[in-house]
Design a protein around this ligand. Sequence first.
Ligand SMILES: NC(=O)c1ccc[n+]([C@@H]2O[C@H](COP(=O)([O-])OP(=O)(O)OC[C@H]3O[C@@H](n4cnc5c(N)ncnc54)[C@H](OP(=O)(O)O)[C@@H]3O)[C@@H](O)[C@H]2O)c1
Length: 292
Amino acid sequence: MAWSTDDIPDQSDRRFVVTGANSGIGRAATRELARAGGTVVMACRSIDRGEAACADIREEIPAASLRVEPLDLANLDSIRDFAARLDEQIDVLVNNAGVMAIPRDETDDGFEMQLGVNHLGHFALTGLLLDQIRDRVVTVSSRAHENGAIDFDDPHSRASYDRWGAYGQSKLANLLFAYELDRRSDLVSLACHPGFAATNLQGGAVSSLPMRLVMGVVNRTLAQSAAAGALPTLYAATDRDAEGGQYIGPGGFGQMRGAPEPQESTDRSYEETLAKRLWTFSEDETGVAYPF
Ligand SMILES: NC(=O)c1ccc[n+]([C@@H]2O[C@H](COP(=O)([O-])OP(=O)(O)OC[C@H]3O[C@@H](n4cnc5c(N)ncnc54)[C@H](OP(=O)(O)O)[C@@H]3O)[C@@H](O)[C@H]2O)c1
């Protein structure tokens, strides 16, 4: 039988942090974790958007145990503040927030925005919360990792910028980090991807009105819902069969849709030498040093 939200075990005694919980995959995952009885700290860069999403979920699930906390992954001080405020133990950290194929921009710390938010921000956040995480870290990647490479000569694309290249780099970094964390720590660390889901993500990738209209049609016809796209995340975060080092994605055509199941990522994503080099680079860039 295909895995569905009916298979989520009772989460009443479990606490989650979900980044980017106000929109798309993060919001859909938050709703189902709350429905299963879990407590979710919704880590959002906009408190207003976070509170609005929280109110929507509570309308459907009045008993939902939710709290919105500000977190801007494009600002290391914000990440440190978030970690300092979070004084409770958590079972699962879901590194979900992301931006895709945006025009070149930089975080407040001077990182290329996609590498900064999608990878370096989550690397720093995970490192700062390490002592408080009891069970697992789930990192949301993408099939875009398949075209990704880590450009150590110009990681922040200062010499030249390709918006899809930078997205692919950040999503490959997500996988290298997830697998290396699993190898280094006692935590379970695994990755997932949502296939192709209609969310706000595609909005950043297209700037012209005609392209937005085309993307709207593509989203309505080809993409699955955000709720379906959240299933790999939910499986990775809650299923007892989900193991460290796995990569969970939809099992249907082209991994674009369908029920979640373990998938293979590219050979490059499993390269340990590359993962170690990225780890050192990430520690140097963020100033967050892991104890292992
Ligand atoms: N949708 C797909 O088809 C697809 C495919 C492959 C992978 N993914 C991955 O799925 C994840 C979720 O994306 P989505 O599709 O749900 O997109 P989405 O609807 O745009 O949600 C992205 C979330 O990330 C948040 N975010 C962006 N920048 C942030 C920052 N600086 N600090 C904190 N939060 C920030 C957004 O906040 P705001 O609402 O404030 O902007 C939003 O909550 C991403 O990692 C993405 O790469 C999605």
